[in-house]
Write a protein that binds this ligand. Structure first.
Ligand code: GDP
Length: 171
C-alpha cells in the first residue's frame, strides 16, 4: 500500500488534534479532550497512484517513550506544534526534535515543519521571529496557524508535501 505517514508532536493543549480535525473534517471544537494517539486518513494524489495520507496525532507529553520512538521510526514527515501563547510549549519541542535527529539518519530527506498554533490569540508569548529563528536553526519549514480561524492549516500540509522530494504528492 502507498501510505504517507505524517506525525504531529507537541505539548498537551497546543492544538494538535484541532489542526488534524480542521484539515481532515473542516471542523473546530472549543472543548479540550486529551488524546493518547489518533490516526486520521485522507486520500491525496501522487505521481505513481493515489496515496493515503495518514496523520497521527500523538499524546502531548510523551508518557510512552517507546511509542514516541516507534512513531518517529514509522513517520515520513513531522509537524512540531507549539502554541504562540506558551513559551514552554516551544521549549518542549527541542527533545522531540533531537529524538527525530537521532532516529532519522537521512534527515535532509525528512519533511519537518515547525508550527506556532493559536495565532488568533492576542496573548502572545512567542514572537514569530523566535519561531522563524528556531526553524532556520533546524533547517525546517515554519508557519503560524490557527485551527480555530482556519488560517494556514491547508498550507501546512501542502508545505509538507512540497518538502517531500521523492514522490510528487498533492492535496
Ligand atoms: P492537543 O492536546 O495538542 O491535541 O490540543 P487540542 O487540539 O485538543 O486543543 C486544545 C485546546 O486549544 C482546545 O480547547 C482547543 O479548542 C484550543 N485550540 C486549538 N487550536 C486553537 C487555535 O488555533 N486557536 C485557539 N484560540 N484555540 C485553539
Amino acid at each position: 500500500s502507498n501510505d504517507y505517514r505524517i506525525v504531529i508532536f507537541g505539548a498537551g493543549g497546543v492544538g494538535k488534534t484541532s489542526l488534524a480535525l480542521r484539515f481532515i473534517n473542516g471542523t473546530f471544537c472549543e472543548a479540550y479532550v486529551p488524546t493518547i494517539e489518533d490516526t486520521y486518513r485522507k486520500i491525496v494524489n501522487s505521481d505513481k497512484n493515489v496515496c493515503t495520507l495518514q496523520i497521527t496525532d500523538t499524546a502531548g507529553s510523551h508518557p510512552f517513550p517507546a511509542m514516541q520512538r516507534l512513531s518517529i521510526s514509522r513517520g515520513h514527515a513531522f509537524v512540531l506544534v507549539y502554541s504562540i501563547t506558551s513559551k514552554q510549549s516551544i521549549e518542549e519541542l527541542k527533545p522531540i526534535y533531537d529524538q527525530i535527529l537521532q532516529l532519522k539518519t537521512d534527515l535532509h530527506n525528512v519533511p519537518i515543519c515547525l508550527v506556532g498554533n493559536k495565532c488568533d490569540e492576542t496573548e502572545r508569548n512567542v514572537t514569530a521571529k523566535e519561531g522563524k529563528d528556531l526553524a532556520t536553526f533546524w533547517k525546517c519549514g515554519f508557519l503560524e496557524t490557527s485551527a480555530k480561524n482556519n488560517l494556514n492549516v491547508k498550507e501546512l500540509f501542502q508545505k509538507l508535501l512540497e518538502l517531500e522530494k521523492r514522490q510528487n504528492l498533492t492535496l
